[in-house]
Design a protein. Structure first.
Length: 152
């Protein structure tokens, strides 16, 4: 299936690119989420007429994401979990836990925008990426501790 991208999508393309994707990806994700249009002649004409509006909207979203990214500079989240004396957790820290810690800190970030590069199964500090926009990615530090007094 060929689609016209309405926004930049990592590893796929930028605004206005006509790309070939798998049918299910286009039909079940890109088109319903309004990230793409089917690449028919009629849709190509509609896109070219609205191109400047779509690019302006994407620029506004990127500017808003960059402004939001400045709030995350130097932020360090603390997650308290039960752990053994050696520092092994009795479970793991997940994206949901990080989203909850961000909410407690006053930042409302959807779970779909949080990316963990490793499984968190021991105490320590770990990076977590927040994808605020396709071109705006912020890294926050997650400090996993056994006791609240260890956080400092």
């Amino acid at each position: 299936m060929e689609v016209i991208l309405l926004e930049r999508i990592a590893r796929l393309g930028g605004v206005g690119d006509v790309v070939k994707v798998r049918d299910g990806y286009g039909r079940n994700f890109l088109i319903p989420e309004k990230k793409a249009l089917r690449a028919s002649e009629a849709n190509k004409k509609v896109f070219e007429e609205r191109r400047h509006i779509i690019e302006q909207q994407n620029a506004e979203l990127k500017a808003a994401a960059e402004a939001q990214a400045k709030k995350f500079e130097g932020i360090k989240l603390t997650v308290v979990r039960q752990a053994s004396q050696e520092g092994k957790l009795y479970g793991s820290v997940t994206i949901r836990d990080i989203a909850d810690a961000l909410a407690e800190a006053g930042h409302d970030i959807p779970k779909s925008q949080i990316v963990l590069t490793t499984n968190i199964k021991t105490t320590g500090e770990y990076p977590a990426r927040l994808t605020l926009h396709a071109e705006v990615i912020v890294t926050v530090t997650v400090n996993v501790v056994r006791l609240e007094s260890e956080a400092a």
